[in-house]
Design a binder for this molecule. Structure first.
Ligand code: 5AD
Ligand code: SF4
Length: 511
């Protein structure tokens, strides 16, 4: 059946999902599809979904629901629900949203181009999901979750200079509240040689910062040619990739924060001094019911090791408030933990019972919503105050940042003025020969340079910095003097910046 070749994709959830969308878009563009901005224009609409909390699922189902009537005017439209919710709900997606044509789980995304065609030719609903965790041997289940990472699409990246690289899929920790071991399957680490090759390719395309992704990224383990590779070995292996300036990795599991990893971070200058290591709760009874596998004392010991090896390292956390049986006293222990560990920032979530998880089977969701909300606000207010105090320590200091591009504010202004988007801007920059002056001052307005705008970048300890500067600084390291701050952002002014002669060769290839 004929279709207009336009693809709309909506992505919610974690960085894994953003990367999955990049890969799906790459595969469909290979087949001649082009991205568009609205589901109304597209004959192919995909929702890449998240199941971690119920709220995220409701939002997706209402977005999907909104397409029901438009669909009548567009009989060729194929609507797909893909990712975590697809793996979890499978056929149930069709019961909740009968106009959906396609359901594809996280481990079957490579099938999407074929299945979209299949729907178009047969007009029959298609489902591709992996095995459930109890539907076969570990190997059989693991084999049913495949990833196809080499296919990339630069247009889908956060910026042309930054890319995610998956180093493992799945999770075997089975925290009692979490659906991820079900939706993403068994833990499997990719071969280090594949990862190193992918990082090289990305660097050749202009990427300056890679973020290695895994649900428990520091549990990475892969034996290749008889040698065990841990995350520390992998960091060492990719560190000297020409063109790469920064390496980050998320998310860490406290129990797997080994000394070899901390020492590798200390010895490898391109690795960010930043660790996201979710504590989840400050009370040992709650941690035990969550089956997190550590106590607050274990976490404290880990923090002492981090501080001893990497004194300038920022640590951030996740917390769940209102987990089953969380008393006021247990909650206060999460408050105490935030005071003690002074996280750079914390992502705070209200507990959301997830069908099929141990916690949902075993425990009562006995903390009222109003109490969850209050605890969420209280913990957030405390964390915000701490973040602001610690950010204020940076005022007056000069920090090295990797410039990502225009800030959200500048991008919004660009869009409202109908100027090209950031990827287009980078493409225009790439046509410039780049052999400009050796230093570009903050207010540079030379003929070869574009006008200054608000830019954003991150310090080596992952703090966000905004400052006014020339957009040509994007993708480079710059020195910024911090002048003010909020809880989330440092506000600064550019000091000076080295421009490499003939840097045009390093600019990204955006096909
Ligand atoms: N309810 C609330 N928050 C959850 N998270 C995971 N599962 C749940 C749940 N059922 C949070 C954890 C995790 C983050 C990605 O989401 O804090 O680290
Ligand atoms: Fe979920 Fe726990 Fe695995 Fe993190 S470690 S993905 S919280 S099961």
């Amino acid at each position: 059946m004929e279709h207009n070749g336009k693809l709309y994709i909506e992505t919610v959830g974690c960085q894994m999902n953003m990367l999955d969308s990049e890969l799906v878009v790459a595969a469909l563009r290979n087949q001649g599809y082009e991205l568009c901005e609205s589901p109304k224009e597209a004959d192919t609409v995909l929702f890449n979904t998240c199941s971690v909390r119920e709220h995220a699922e409701h939002k997706i189902y209402s977005s999907v629901g909104r397409l029901k009537y438009g669909r009548r005017k567009r009989p060729n439209q194929v609507i797909g629900v893909i990712g975590c919710m697809a793996q979890k709900d499978q056929q149930k997606v069709f019961e909740k949203a009968p106009h959906v044509d396609l359901v594809v789980g996280t481990g079957q995304l490579a099938e999407i181009p074929r299945l979209v065609d299949e729907v178009r030719t047969t007009r029959k609903k298609q489902v591709a999901v992996s095995l459930g965790r109890r539907d076969g041997s570990r190997d059989a289940v693991a084999g049913s979750f495949t990833s196809y990472d080499p296919l990339r699409d630069p247009q889908m990246r956060p910026s042309p200079w930054q890319a995610f690289v998956r180093i493992m899929i799945g999770c075997d920790k089975f925290c009692t509240y979490c659906v991820v071991p079900t939706t993403r399957g068994p833990e499997q680490s990719r071969p280090p040689s594949d990862i190193a090759r992918e990082v090289r390719t990305l660097a050749e395309q202009g990427v300056r910062e890679v973020t290695l992704l895994g649900q428990t990224v520091n549990s990475y383990k892969h034996t290749e040619e008889g040698r065990l590779h841990r995350l520390s070995d992998l960091l060492e292996m990719i560190h000297d990739t020409s063109g790469i300036e920064r390496i980050k990795f998320v998310t860490n599991y406290p129990k797997d924060m080994t000394d070899d990893l901390l020492q590798a971070m200390r010895d490898l200058p391109k690795v960010s001094r930043y660790l996201h290591v979710p504590l989840q709760a400050g009370c040992n009874d709650v941690l035990k019911r969550m089956k997190r596998g550590y106590t607050v004392e274990d976490y404290r010991e880990m923090m002492q090791r981090i501080n001893a090896t990497l004194p300038d390292c920022a640590v951030s956390s996740d917390f769940i408030v209102g987990f089953c049986g969380e008393s006021e006293e247990s909650f206060q222990k999460s408050m105490d933990a935030v005071r003690e560990f002074r996280f750079k920032n914390s992502f705070i979530f209200k507990y959301s019972p997830r069908p099929g998880t141990k916690a949902d089977d075993l425990f009562d969701d006995d903390v009222p919503e109003s109490v969850k909300k209050r605890r969420n606000n209280e913990l957030l207010a405390l964390q915000t105050a701490i973040s602001e105090e610690d950010n204020a320590e940076f005022i007056g200091r000069t920090v090295e940042i990797l410039v990502e591009g225009p800030s959200k504010k500048a991008s919004r202004e660009r869009a409202s003025m109908d100027l090209p988007g950031w990827h287009d801007a980078a493409k225009l920059e790439a046509t410039d020969d780049g052999a400009g002056a050796d230093t570009v001052p903050a207010d540079s307005s030379g003929a070869a340079a574009s006008a200054a705008m608000q830019l954003v970048g991150r310090t080596k300890c992952d703090r966000i910095v905004v400052f006014d500067g020339n957009p040509r600084l994007a993708g480079t390291l710059a020195e910024v003097r911090v002048e003010d701050c909020t809880a989330t952002t440092l506000l600064g002014a550019i000091v000076t910046r080295e421009v490499q002669h003939g840097s045009a060769g390093l600019l990204p290839i955006l096909s």
